[in-house]
Design a binder for this molecule. Structure first.
Ligand SMILES: *[C@@H]1O[C@H](CO)[C@@H](O)[C@H](O)[C@H]1NC(C)=O
Length: 544
């Protein structure tokens, strides 16, 4: 009888658990919108790796891109993705020029040009988002989405959600995922509710490591304030203007409103980055574009093999600076001079050849199969400008690095490379043929760089899932369960509460009161004693 009851109970429980798990199954076929700036450059490449993993898991992936980069939609590499293309209100050529110019100013030292450029980029930021939100047909199609993953460099996803909400057109709950393509920035980390401790976490664009002296820690905080101020006055300003124009004000949270996202993906990996604390829904997915090397084309493979035991050097300054021949011809001469003296062969990403002949050990190519080259056993060193994707690919394949940071967060990547002992940095203003030659020779011939790179690579590969698969797993996870259960309450607290200033003030007050009580009690006792002693001695003298 008793046993029967138990078994019934167990069956009931089993049915209960079974049905509740069933409820959370079956999210294959979720519709996910991915926004990676306008479809531009390295941000798109990293996001498309996540997109491919989502496809593998049976989801529908749509990229939101602009007409300036609509070639993505025609590229057979991406034919399994859907594309939503919006039109900029300025000509596509102007958009491309602005986005490219950011890379062109790298070798020019004029700050004016840079601030003008920043202004153009920021204007474009709000304007482009308005182009999306006011495209009614497009917005109607976006209603069907289950999740939006947006690159924080262009946080239009927040406004898309707000616009859908405003028209009460949001179906169920639209899940939001933020994706940061660079090394950690305090704004992104804090938005997730994770602590950002300026004592040992270097702010973005400082080029600091996690060991900072007093002045560096001071600069670290000041840099953070400056970045926030410049974002408020440029990007946020641009979005605020757009909000007013489309009637969205008071709907979007301040601070971009991304403190309530379900998931935060960061393109870092702790084998090569500085260890930091993270809340459960801030996930490191470093190495998105790194994968096992594919075969090289015959001609390139032959060139690589012809290097013999000396091996090859892979050299690029990025897609945009591949046209450096016309921007700064003397820099091309400088590198060629250094390469001429090396026994290695050099594969150089260079779009336009100079009018003189390159050294015979150099092969110039307009585009490099970078990941396949870095994974080639003959590759000895990777010389490049310090982008995050390239950093992860070199780490994954265990290739030592010579880094020539040109701007922004490339200095942060350089700091990580030197701090780990993965390679060496050359300052762009100190560039000359001797320094290039000496640094390359040092990194190739000193075995310590290779040993570190091998270990970092082994750690990279010692994980149950590839980086894009990990990202896809977590996206699917929050589509099923939401991210609220992992959310840190840090952003709901006031500054005083978060830093426990009220508690410390209270404790200080107690100590002060206690000390005051002790002090005045003692003072009272002492004076009492003095008086008694005084009276006693005077009494004594009387009786004598
Ligand atoms: C965007 O531009 C293309 C080409 O000019 C045009 O065919 C298309 O209708 C435009 N889309 C919108 C939403 O205006």
């Amino acid at each position: 009888m008793k046993i029967d009851m138990y078994s019934k109970l167990i069956t009931v429980c089993a049915v209960f658990t079974f049905s509740s798990t069933l409820h959370y199954e079956g999210v294959s076929g979720a519709k996910i919108l991915i926004s990676a700036i306008y479809g531009e450059g390295s941000h798109f490449l990293a996001a498309s790796a996540i997109g491919e993993s989502l496809l593998k898991r049976g989801h529908e992936v749509t990229f939101l891109i602009s007409n300036a980069y609509d070639h993505r939609a025609k590229d057979p590499k991406y034919d399994k993705f859907s594309f939503e293309i919006f039109n900029h209100s300025v000509p596509a050529e102007r958009v491309q020029r602005i986005m490219n110019a950011a890379n062109h100013v790298a070798f020019q030292e004029s700050n004016d040009q840079f601030s003008n450029l920043t202004k153009s980029i920021m204007e474009l930021t709000g304007q482009s988002c308005k182009n999306v939100i006011t495209d009614r047909a497009l917005m109607r199609r976006l209603k069907a989405m289950d999740a939006i993953m947006m690159d924080i460099s262009w946080p239009c996803g927040i406004y898309i959600k707000a616009a859908l909400q405003k028209d009460r057109e949001i179906p169920k709950d639209l899940k939001m995922i933020a994706n940061s393509p660079t090394t950690l920035w305090s704004g992104f980390v804090s938005a997730s509710g994770s602590p950002f401790n300026f004592a040992y976490m270097p702010e973005t664009m400082t080029g600091f490591t996690n060991r900072m002296n007093f002045l560096q820690r001071l600069k670290n905080i000041v840099q953070s304030i400056l970045i926030q101020a410049s974002i408020d006055s440029s990007m946020l300003y641009s979005f605020r203007k757009m909000e007013r124009e489309v009637g969205l004000q008071n709907i979007v949270d301040p601070f971009y409103g991304y403190t309530d996202f379900d998931l935060y993906l960061s393109n870092i990996h702790f084998s090569s980055d500085f260890p930091v604390p993270m809340v459960p829904n801030l996930i490191s997915v470093g190495g998105l574009t790194a994968k096992p090397a594919g075969r090289l084309q015959n001609e390139l493979e032959e060139f690589v093999q012809s290097s013999g035991d000396h091996g090859v050097i892979v050299f690029t300054l990025g897609t945009y600076l591949a046209s450096i021949t016309t921007i700064r011809p003397e820099i091309v001469t400088m590198f060629a001079e250094a390469f001429r003296r090396l026994p290695q062969k050099v594969i150089w990403q260079l779009k336009e050849l100079p009018d003189w002949e390159l050294p015979s050990n150099v092969k110039a190519m307009p585009w490099l199969p970078q990941n396949d080259l870095l994974g080639h056993p003959k590759t000895r060193v990777f010389m490049y400008q310090g982008g995050n994707n390239g950093f992860q690919e070199a780490c994954y394949h265990g290739v030592p690095i010579v880094v020539i940071p040109l701007q922004g967060d490339q200095y942060d990547v350089a700091a990580r490379i030197e701090a780990r002992g993965l390679g060496k940095k050359i300052e762009k203003l100190e560039l000359n043929a001797d320094i290039i030659y000496d640094t390359l020779t040092e990194v190739i011939n000193n075995p310590s760089y290779n040993e570190v790179a091998d270990k970092v690579s082994a750690i990279y590969k010692d994980q149950p899932m590839s980086a894009p698969d990990r990202a896809a797993f977590w996206i699917e996870h929050v589509i099923k369960f939401g991210g609220a259960y992992m959310r840190s309450p840090a952003n709901d607290l006031t500054f005083i509460q978060y830093h426990l200033i009220d508690v410390y003030a209270f404790l200080t007050a107690i100590v002060v009161v206690f000390l005051a009580v002790v002090y005045y009690t003692l003072k009272f006792c002492v004076s009492l004693c003095c008086r008694m002693i005084g009276r006693g001695s005077s009494g004594k003298s009387k009786t004598e």
